[in-house]
Design a protein around this ligand. Structure first.
Ligand SMILES: Nc1ncnc2c1ncn2[C@@H]1O[C@H](COP(=O)(O)OP(=O)(O)OP(=O)(O)O)[C@@H](O)[C@H]1O
Ligand SMILES: [Mg+2]
Length: 339
């Protein structure tokens, strides 16, 4: 078995444009270009990780050159530490020989273009012009704002969006069934909770969990990725609200030292649980909590002691809980609210 078959994100990477999930607008425009046999000079794919940008670039290569796609495609990573000089040499070498097959040009896929300095991008722009009659560039970036204007204006732009929940869950179910993995609906929700619209992260999480357990439950998922279970956090918050500071601090320590969760992560999840409505908190209290959380977050990034800062945060939650009469029940309302 090859590596590509062992790693699910590769095994289940769609090879045809039509099989790419969601991204309908992008797919339509690209299919239109291909149908007219009239690819734009260059293209810029941008959007968050794991949404199909590289997959789309490779699918276009297959569409253009069929079986000869590898010979006609140069895949480069701009983050390569050897820099623009290496890129230039490889492009030059690649552009020297004529394309094989029906397309009159070769394809250069440059991943992580937004990691290039603006000087390097200027050099890239000259390359794009110099080889324009024999090559087409597909630039890929997470942040379009980091791509210099002269390059943007030379490219047809395609924006990739985070994949919607149903698309991710549907794909996970399909993969689980093809791999013969048992996974509960709650576990799939937990994967979504972690990955959101990043399909790569979702599939990787599922595979990592499948390697450790026969039947995948939310506990398995959260354990695999070293995350805290939302219900543990809900429990911690309610304990603080109810005024039981000592108990809340013990729970905090357990999370930090036994489960190895960072203070920043705990703060992030507490904040999310409160704001998402998993716990019943009036809006005025939410505002106060948001302010305190921002303050603590700042101190953590400044390098303050995590346990001290998080304890202070719990103390503030306790006061806010008292003021608004929160946390009368000590029971966690598990599981946490699904989005
Ligand atoms: N739209 C999609 N449809 C189906 N599978 C997808 C999609 N997007 C991502 N995937 C899955 O996630 C993996 C990674 O996707 P891809 O390499 O295209 O992400 P990307 O957008 O290039 O991310 P990055 O910005 O991190 O490079 C693919 O191999 C595939 O398994
Ligand atoms: Mg990519």
């Amino acid at each position: 078995m090859s590596i590509a078959e062992l790693i699910w994100v590769e095994k289940y990477r769609p090879s045809r444009i039509d099989d790419i999930i969601d991204q309908e607008e992008v797919k339509e425009r690209i299919k239109q270009f291909l149908k007219m046999g009239n690819m734009p000079p260059h293209m810029l794919f941008y959007g968050p990780p794991g949404t199909g940008k590289t997959t789309m670039a490779l699918a276009i290569a297959r569409e253009l050159y069929g079986d000869a796609w590898r010979e006609n495609t140069l895949e480069l990573n701009a983050s390569d530490e050897r820099g623009i000089t290496t890129i230039r040499e490889r492009v030059k070498e690649f552009a020297r020989t004529a394309p094989m097959g029906k397309a009159p040009y070769k394809l250069i896929i440059l991943d992580e273009a937004d990691n290039m300095t603006s000087d390097a991008q200027q050099a890239l722009r000259r390359m794009m012009e110099m080889y324009a009659n024999v090559t087409r560039f597909i630039l890929i970036a997470n942040y379009v704002s980091r791509i210099i204007d002269p390059i943007q204006s030379r490219c047809a732009m395609f924006r990739f969006s985070p994949l919607p929940r149903d698309a991710v869950l549907g794909r996970l179910r399909e993969i689980a069934s093809r791999e013969g993995v048992k996974v509960t609906d709650e576990a799939l929700e937990a994967v979504w909770d972690i990955s959101q619209g990043d399909m790569r992260k979702a599939i990787n999480t599922l595979q990592a969990a499948a390697a450790t357990a026969k039947e995948i439950t939310p506990e398995v998922i959260y354990k695999t990725v070293g995350y805290i279970e939302p219900k543990d956090i809900v429990d911690l918050i309610n304990t603080a609200f109810s005024g039981d500071f000592i108990n809340a601090r013990d729970k905090l320590r357990t999370l930090m030292y036994e489960h190895g969760v960072s203070g920043t992560e705990i703060l992030r999840v507490i904040q999310r649980q409160i704001m998402s409505g998993a716990i019943n908190v009036p809006d005025e209290a939410k505002v106060e909590i948001a302010e305190v959380a921002a303050d603590i977050d700042y101190r953590l990034t400044e390098g303050s002691d995590e346990e001290i800062q998080l304890s202070a945060f719990l103390a503030r939650l306790m006061l806010i809980g008292k003021k608004y009469g929160l946390g009368t029940s000590k029971e966690a309302k598990a599981p946490a609210k699904k989005r």
